[in-house]
Design a protein around this ligand. Structure first.
Ligand SMILES: [Zn+2]
Length: 181
């Protein structure tokens, strides 16, 4: 708690565009992508980053106007070094702080399992890492916030929603054996 107050005080002191350590979102990453300027989201992002002990200089926080769900992009810099852009959706600014904590912790959790094959098992493992940082209730809240985002897409809706429901189940009942969708 004391640390979060300190982070907030620091953030207030330096303003949202100059949070200590974070990289700027690269200007030419893609159309519709820009620095995430929302102060609340930036504070939550930095707060979780401190918890993870990862170096804020390796991260940028972007807004992706066209994305349905949060995602990360590896930005190749010099060999052996990279910057990871965490891209949150425009609608993320409407999410509660608990939902944001869950979603951001999940995206940062991907850094801990970098290079692993991208599949549902990876998502489940990353959820567990995120839950270790922010608690499973926040990760569940974040996943629930994503469910309505697929409503408009009948082709993919069922698959994504079933995967998210499975992940919520495993966080809520960690000892249950997964029934893959
Ligand atoms: Zn993920």
């Amino acid at each position: 708690m004391r640390r979060s107050i300190l982070c907030l005080a620091l953030a207030l002191l330096v303003g949202p565009a100059h949070l200590p350590g974070l990289q700027y979102c690269p200007a030419k990453l893609n159309t519709g992508i820009r620095e995430y300027s929302d102060f609340r989201i930036r504070s939550i992002f930095l707060n979780i980053l401190y918890k993870t002990n990862m170096d804020p200089k390796k991260f940028a926080l972007c807004e992706d106007l066209f994305a349905l769900v949060p995602h990360t992009v590896d930005l190749a810099t010099t060999p052996g070094q990279s910057v990871v852009a965490v891209l949150l959706t425009h609608q993320a600014r409407n999410y509660t702080s608990s939902e944001l904590r869950g979603l951001i912790a999940h995206e940062l959790g991907h850094e801990q399992l970098r290079g692993k094959p991208k599949n549902i098992e990876l998502e489940i493992a990353v959820d567990k890492i995120a839950a270790g940082w922010v608690g499973s209730q926040a990760v569940i809240a974040g996943l629930r916030a994503l469910l309505p985002e697929f409503e408009r897409f009948s082709g993919i809706r069922e698959i994504y929603q079933a995967q998210i429901m499975l992940r919520i189940d495993l966080l809520a009942y960690p000892r249950r054996t997964a029934q893959r969708p």
